[in-house]
Design a protein around this ligand. Structure first.
Ligand code: SF4
Length: 77
């Protein structure tokens, strides 16, 4: 899958699309990937990253936010 780049993130934000993001505190537990595999995947370093999409399922992302043990996931908007 294609990962969301900063440039794509900015375009989505300009279009007022609600976008999730993962900060550097991710410990790679993969809980978010299990909950929302259409939104998150682990990169080569074992950290969660956001997959490029036109929109994101709010319920799935909120579930992943709730499950993250280090509060690494948040809504950019
Ligand atoms: S749930 Fe949190 S710590 Fe675990 S992989 Fe996802 S972002 Fe990283």
């Amino acid at each position: 899958m294609t990962l969301l780049t900063e440039e794509q993130l900015n375009k989505l934000k300009e279009a007022w699309v609600k976008v999730p993001w993962v900060n550097e505190s991710c410990i790679g537990c993969s809980a978010c990937v299990a909950i929302a595999p259409d939104v998150f995947e682990l990169d080569d370093e074992g950290k969660s990253v956001v997959i490029a999409r036109d929109s994101y399922n709010e319920e799935d992302v909120n579930d992943a936010i709730g499950a993250c043990p280090v509060d690494a996931i948040y809504w950019e908007r």
